[in-house]
Design a protein around this ligand. Structure first.
Ligand code: FMN
Length: 310
């Protein structure tokens, strides 16, 4: 619906059954457990956040160096260090203000672990939905292994679906041949939505030491350089499925986020940008509303899929 410039813009949206006050979330692993960002912002100004991926037991990550800066982005091989699902519920969630949708990200090295983590989070106050991390590019078992094989991905989504009645998003890997095929698998197995993309598998080398920059050798590449890849994948997935898509990858400013919405995303997640600007997600949410108003849209939700391709 078109609006006049004096109208205020409705920024609310519904992502896979999760009511958001605006379409901007923060991405798993780049926003801690939300508590770390309370000093920088009122968390109610963003649509919500996806917490660091949780496993059944607490998990230590890879040894350093596990972060590297590259042109237009970063490499990481943190390897899902986290406090574990029970400690998250007991010690982190109580610190989150009411009214902030928290999406808990699930990870496991066995498919059954994902189901158990999903069960423990179901019905917990403040948990608005679950995101299945089927795509971590640098863990030895689980993650990318599950997200690259359509048969295994189907089994994973089926397991989580059976374990919970909470909204389920499945986070897909860009390290696949056909993102459309993976998106269809998720839809067929009852996922409520998909998030894409996780980091792109990559490596870098220090020529002075002639060693890989990361101790793990391989890591995940994120940040502005991956935006066009992510955008292409969101576009292809949006052509393939009807379930909503949360677009992720290199979003640094509001025009980046608008591109994802136009290509079919219902909401977006801001990741690496949080490290250089902790207020990035708030600024991007405000910028999307301003864009919608200036372009004559009364609802930011109407930007979804509004790409002109003729
Ligand atoms: C340091 C770091 C840690 C991350 N940890 C997780 C994680 O625990 N679970 C997950 O699903 N994605 C994780 N990601 C991937 C991000 O959520 C996001 O999908 C990716 O970085 C691409 O978005 P960006 O370019 O905006 O950062 C991590 C990314 C970074 C940079």
């Amino acid at each position: 619906m078109k609006a006049t410039s004096s109208d205020s813009v409705d920024t609310t949206t519904n992502l896979a059954g999760i009511e958001l006050r605006n379409p901007v979330l923060t991405a798993s692993g780049t926003f801690g457990y939300g508590t770390e960002f309370k000093a920088f912002m009122d968390l109610r100004r963003i649509g919500g956040f996806v917490a660091k991926s949780l496993t059944l037991q607490p998990r230590f990550g890879n040894p350093p160096p596990r972060i590297g800066e590259v042109r237009a982005g970063m490499l990481n091989a943190i390897s899902l260090e986290n406090v574990g699902v029970d400690a998250f519920i007991e010690t982190k969630l109580p610190e989150i203000p009411e009214g902030v949708p928290v999406i808990a990200s699930l990870f496991g090295t066995e498919i059954s672990d994902y189901g158990e983590v999903a069960k423990r989070l179901t019905g917990v106050p403040k948990i608005a939905g679950l995101e299945v991390n089927a795509s971590c590019p640098h863990v030895k078992s689980g993650g990318i292994e599950f997200g690259q094989n359509p048969v295994v991905l189907a089994e994973l989504v089926r397991c989580v679906r059976a374990a919970t009645d909470a909204p389920v998003l499945v986070k897909l890997s860009p390290n696949v041949t056909s993102i459309a095929e993976m998106a269809k698998v998720c839809e067929a197995e009852g996922a409520d939505g998909i998030s894409l993309i996780n980091a792109v598998q990559a490596m870098d080398v220090d020529v002075r030491t002639r060693r890989p920059v990361l101790k793990n050798i391989l890591g995940g590449f994120s940040g502005p350089a991956i935006l066009p890849i992510a955008l292409r994948m969101v576009w292809q997935a949006s052509q393939a499925v009807k379930i909503p898509i949360c677009g992720i990858g290199g979003i640094t400013e509001s025009d980046d986020a608008v591109k994802f919405l136009l290509c079919g995303a219902t909401a977006v997640q801001v990741g690496t940008a949080n490290y250089s600007n902790p207020m990035a997600a708030v600024e991007i949410a405000d910028g999307i509303a301003a864009y919608a108003r200036d372009a004559g849209f009364s609802r930011t939700a109407d930007l979804t899929g509004a790409l002109e391709t003729g």
